[in-house]
Design a protein around this ligand. Structure first.
Ligand SMILES: Nc1ncnc2c1ncn2[C@@H]1O[C@H](COP(=O)(O)OP(=O)(O)OP(=O)(O)O)[C@@H](O)[C@H]1O
Ligand SMILES: [Mg+2]
Length: 465
């Protein structure tokens, strides 16, 4: 399985990730705040009810002794009122008698001003160990004397501790939830965007000539687009095929007449009217070369069948070139590089290679060497000669159609343009460079995709250096 590519600015994946982040963070913040507020309300309510019950219990247990002192029948049922400074306190008061206080309050006292009415009231008041939630009410004494004042209090910090502990746990859980949601969100994004990635690969396969049409089985949202694309491809293919046939027909019909004209011109050139006949001959050859160029362009960009094998495809071309340049005894050698297969029609490869090998043969002093390396889905073929070479500044210029630097050697300045044009049609490139070993001569470099693992195309800067 291939790893998903990292999201780049402007990509759908980045949009999804940003939207998901905002959604998850905002959602969890709202959930966190509302849960904390709900919990606080619930805990406060529980404390409120509990303290009211304790206050009523305190009143029920209070007894007046005959001497006017206050006692309890038994201690309050909650043991925290017996633990010193536990934060849970009670107090009973009566005018003229010493107040009775819980054992939890060895020092200090509760504010009795809250216990002067028959209904229970509560408020935040200072206590022996900090601010307390104090509840109080008053009751008439059974002996008909002055009122009894009952007070119950709990430190506010006890309530706050419960709420803070809950908040801390809530934050931990929400953080875990956020991680879980982000991970599952990432899986959802990869899963839902997969068809788009496959669509890109399918289009690349069509572009590189490895598939003629796009396969079926796309999600419902993409299927119409694929079907339209297939329609367009069919239409294009039919149009190109028609144009190719027409261009081929035109070129062939012209070629026959041109062959007759060339023949006539050659006969004339060997006769008396040499000058104008050679002009005629030269023009005929120029037209023939132009036709070659246009034919090559019409043919390029077709589907790649089995591809082109190296070195098999190079051997016959080098043999033919050696014969063509036999008069100058140029030797063509092919390196023992590992055999490989190029994603290009053999005829188109032959056209590229023979143009470059012909140049090398025309300018070589005596030797032309061909070798190649494969790397990252592409093959780089170098054709090196030991001729005079050309200045570095002209490496690009000579690719312009009709551009020639050396007027002494026959040619029409189209070979390099044809070669580059064809290579680029297959996602490849042709470039010139000096020799690595510093010797005189020129190296023509052909870069072409390999038949496998080449869907990403070829680095267009390569070969121009
Ligand atoms: N191997 C080489 N050594 C020196 N100069 C070269 C070499 N290859 C190409 N050139 C220069 O580049 C020019 C353009 O080459 P190109 O192949 O396009 O045209 P041509 O060989 O002159 O004509 P054609 O190939 O159309 O018959 C040549 O005229 C020549 O000046
Ligand atoms: Mg040439």
């Amino acid at each position: 399985m291939t790893m998903p590519k990292p999201p780049v600015p402007g990509s759908l994946r980045l949009r999804f990730i940003v939207a998901m982040l905002v959604w998850i963070v905002a959602g969890l913040v709202v959930i966190g705040l509302s849960t904390s507020a709900l919990f606080r309300r619930h805990v406060e309510q529980q404390f409120h009810e509990e303290l009211q019950v304790h206050l009523v219990e305190l009143a029920e247990l209070t007894r007046l002794e005959p001497d006017g002192s206050i006692t309890l029948d038994r201690p309050l049922s909650d043991p925290r009122y017996a633990m010193p400074n536990s934060g849970f306190y009670w107090q009973v008061e009566r005018h003229g008698a010493p107040p009775l206080k819980s054992a939890s309050m060895p020092a200090g006292a509760l504010d009795p001003s809250l216990a002067h009415q028959p209904d229970i009231v509560h408020r935040l008041a200072p206590g022996p160990t900090g601010p307390t939630m104090t509840y109080g009410f008053a009751r008439t004494a059974p002996d008909g004397g002055s009122e009894l004042h009952f007070l119950i209090a709990t430190d506010e910090r006890i309530l706050n501790e419960v709420i803070h502990a809950f908040d801390a746990e809530l934050r931990r859980w929400l953080a875990l939830l956020a991680i879980g949601l982000l991970l599952t969100g990432a899986i959802v994004i990869i899963y839902t965007l997969k068809p788009l990635e496959l669509l890109g690969a399918a289009v690349a396969a069509v572009r590189s000539g490895h598939a003629r049409r796009m396969a079926d089985g796309w999600p419902r949202e993409i299927a119409p687009l694929v079907s339209d694309l297939n329609g367009l491809l069919d239409q294009n293919e039919a149009m190109v095929a028609r144009a190719r046939v027409e261009a081929g027909n035109l070129a062939h019909s012209l070629r026959t007449s041109l062959a007759i004209l060339t023949d006539e011109a050659e006969t004339l050139a060997s006769g008396i009217s040499g000058d104008s006949a050679s002009t005629l001959l030269e023009q005929c050859r120029r037209i023939a070369r132009q036709l070659d160029w246009h034919l090559a362009r019409a043919r390029a960009g077709g589907r790649i069948g089995a591809g082109t094998r190296l070195p098999d495809a190079l051997v016959p071309i080098c043999t033919a070139m050696e014969r063509l340049h036999a008069a100058r005894s140029v030797h063509f050698s092919i390196a023992a590089s590992p055999p490989t297969s190029l994603a290009i029609e053999p005829e188109d490869f032959a056209e590229i290679a023979s143009n470059l090998l012909d140049n090398a043969g025309k300018w070589a002093a005596g030797h032309v060497h061909v070798d190649w390396q494969t790397d990252g889905g592409v093959c780089r073929i170098s054709i090196a000669d030991d001729g005079p070479g050309i200045p570095e500044a002209a490496f690009e210029k000579v690719f312009e159609s009709g551009k020639r630097l050396d007027e002494q050697t026959p040619g029409h300045g189209l070979g390099l343009a044809i070669a580059r044009d064809l290579a680029q049609h297959y996602g490849g490139e042709v470039g010139l460079r000096g020799r690595n070993d510093g010797a005189d001569g020129l190296v023509a470099r052909i870069t072409l995709p390999l038949t496998t693992g080449h869907l990403t195309g070829v680095d267009q800067t390569d070969g121009k250096s």
